[in-house]
Design a binder for this molecule. Sequence first.
Ligand SMILES: Cc1cc2nc3c(=O)[nH]c(=O)nc-3n(C[C@H](O)[C@H](O)[C@H](O)COP(=O)(O)OP(=O)(O)OC[C@H]3O[C@@H](n4cnc5c(N)ncnc54)[C@H](O)[C@@H]3O)c2cc1C
Length: 247
Amino acid sequence: MDVHLLEATEDPERVICTAARNDYSSSFVGEQSFEKTMETVDGETMEEKKRTLIGHLLGHGHYGPFEHAHATFAVKGISRSCMAQITRHRHVSFDIQSQRYVAFDDVDPEDVRAGEMVVVPPSVSDADWIGRNQRDGAVTEETIQEREQIFHDSIVQSVEQYQQLLDLGLPPEDARFVLPIGSKVNMVMTLNARMLMHVADMRAAADSQWEVRDMTEQVLDFAADWCPLTFEYYNENMKGRKNRLAP
Ligand SMILES: Cc1cc2nc3c(=O)[nH]c(=O)nc-3n(C[C@H](O)[C@H](O)[C@H](O)COP(=O)(O)OP(=O)(O)OC[C@H]3O[C@@H](n4cnc5c(N)ncnc54)[C@H](O)[C@@H]3O)c2cc1C
């Protein structure tokens, strides 16, 4: 998978702090400088003032101001299974590559064996991988070879039969029914900083599946650059906690 940051609120923490200060200010934040807006916040420098205020907001569960900063990501090559998980989050906006309008008629099924078009979970070839609800622990090399054989034969056959159905005139929107849930899809998603923390609470957690966790960690890496004080606080004080931002 590949995660790219497409677009994001410029100076997000200025927006977050301005929105938060608005709540407790008798003057109008729209008509004064940011320096004036932050005047009474503790800190020698503006960086310190922003750190104080952001830490205070997150520490007290005042999450609303974080909804004003948003970011748009382009994600390449996640499985439809991962897509189904992330699209459960209702305050994230999505555009998903269509299997009705995009037909995978030129993919060589043998390339599918090499990783094209379908995501191959690491557990297929990693003898030590332990996943949720797995029957046994580590397995032998022989078992791994058998797993790889069955997995790859199955996805190659699906793609071959999908293409045969297209050749027989079945519309892509119906032929896709035989494709595996591991089929790759590209998507664009936009979410605000509050939602990003909520998604990370749920999807970067250890009980989340490896693929959506990997995607969320990549998004969090971008967030750490984009909105540094917020995600520094989040990573140090909130990530991995039991409670949820929006329980
Ligand atoms: C490890 C894991 C396993 C999962 N397994 C399953 C499963 O087996 N089956 C399944 O169906 N789902 C499963 N889910 C999905 C999960 O149940 C949620 O639907 C999903 O994570 C969306 O999160 P959310 O409920 O916080 O809602 P979001 O859409 O992310 O909304 C954020 C918050 O807004 C509030 N909110 C949003 N909409 C409403 C509303 N209509 N009414 C009241 N409050 C609202 C809630 O406080 C919510 O927490 C799983 C999730 C995880 C992380």
